[in-house]
Design a protein around this ligand. Structure first.
Ligand SMILES: C[S@@+](CC[C@H](N)C(=O)[O-])C[C@H]1O[C@@H](n2cnc3c(N)ncnc32)[C@H](O)[C@@H]1O
Length: 298
């Protein structure tokens, strides 16, 4: 369903336990939450969380009336639903970021955290996200930066062949990319966003520092250092908030019954017994276990 674009598929993965379990990344989790809180608007009607995973950060979006969690992996969404519950404020949607099943201008905010580093065509994904956002909406993006202190030192010492200062993304492992901060800024502008603020995150991501310095102190120091993000970016993770520009803002929020669109043809969808049917191409999209499934038509 993603045409020729490869996807880093988390289906069935034990990401939550393997990556976030055991507490060794509590520092990263805490500083990411701080950055997200700083960049999100105080509230709104509907927010899109792209690549929501198991819903680690979804609680930070609680000030919105509705939160739409999108992920390519059904198993991640099932985990998110188990954690967050069947609250009507949450909509769980299995879909590909390159083909989002939503009407244009459906969201007044969006986030994409720890996802773009898996995308082989980041500009196409950003363009698709922009399409679903209303002019004036806020988009908070986290990306893995190639121009961080460790990469610079490794490069200068001859231990790394790629140049952390060059603009092009580096694929350091299959479907794992690091980006130059200027590349991301340019990509956002290209698709209709105006970058407004950057925060640098995880300044002290080093096993020794994490072992020697109390977590609270490390988090406090990072939260201060984040504020230099508009001046220089030398951390492995950068958060950037942008505003959707161009176009007219519709007077009203798009109602939920016309929120979804066919990801294949963009046609309107009509509710039927087991899900939604496209009035344009006739494809049927199932709702199963509380998850709207737009990965494959029935
Ligand atoms: C590293 S996890 C991050 C999850 C969450 N944002 C977090 O920070 O905990 C990346 C997530 O992106 C999802 N993903 C990767 N490629 C995707 C695509 N093309 N469309 C939608 N989701 C995708 C994966 O399934 C996975 O759940």
């Amino acid at each position: 369903m993603s045409d020729s674009r490869p996807i880093c598929d988390y289906e069935g993965s034990t990401y939550r336990i393997d990556f976030w379990g055991g507490g060794s990344r509590e520092y990263e989790d805490r500083v990411e939450r701080i950055a997200l809180r700083r960049l999100l608007p105080p509230g709104g009607s509907r927010i899109l969380e792209v690549g929501a995973g198991f819903g680690r950060l979804t609680g930070e979006l609680a000030a919105f009336d509705q939160v739409v969690l999108v992920d390519y992996s059904r198993s991640m969404l099932r985990e998110a639903r188990e954690r967050l519950g069947d609250d009507r404020r949450y909509l769980y949607v299995a879909a590909d970021v390159y083909k989002l099943p939503f009407a244009p201008g459906a969201f007044d905010a969006a986030t994409m955290i720890r996802v773009i580093h898996h995308l082989a065509d980041p500009v196409a994904a950003l363009k698709e996200i922009r399409r679903t956002m209303v002019p004036g909406a806020t988009f908070v993006l986290e990306f893995a930066s190639k121009r961080h202190i460790k990469a610079i030192l490794r490069y200068w010492l001859g231990r790394q062949d790629w140049n952390p200062f060059s603009r092009e993304p580096v694929e350091f492992a299959p479907l794992n990319f690091d980006f130059h901060p200027d590349y991301i800024k340019e990509a956002l502008v290209k698709v209709g966003f105006k970058p407004i603020r950057r925060l640098t995150v995880s300044h002290f991501r080093h096993p020794l520092l994490k072992r020697l310095i109390p977590l609270r102190l490390l988090v406090w120091a990072d939260s201060l250092a984040q504020l230099t993000g508009d001046w220089w970016q030398l951390t492995p993770s950068v958060f950037i908030a942008s505003r959707a520009v161009n176009g007219d803002r519709p007077p009203d929020v798009i109602p939920e019954d016309v929120l979804f669109r066919c990801p294949e043809c963009g046609g309107q969808l009509e509710r039927e017994a087991e899900g939604l049917a496209c009035v344009g191409c006739g494809r049927r999209w199932i709702i199963r276990d509380g998850i709207h499934d737009f990965k494959e038509s029935a």
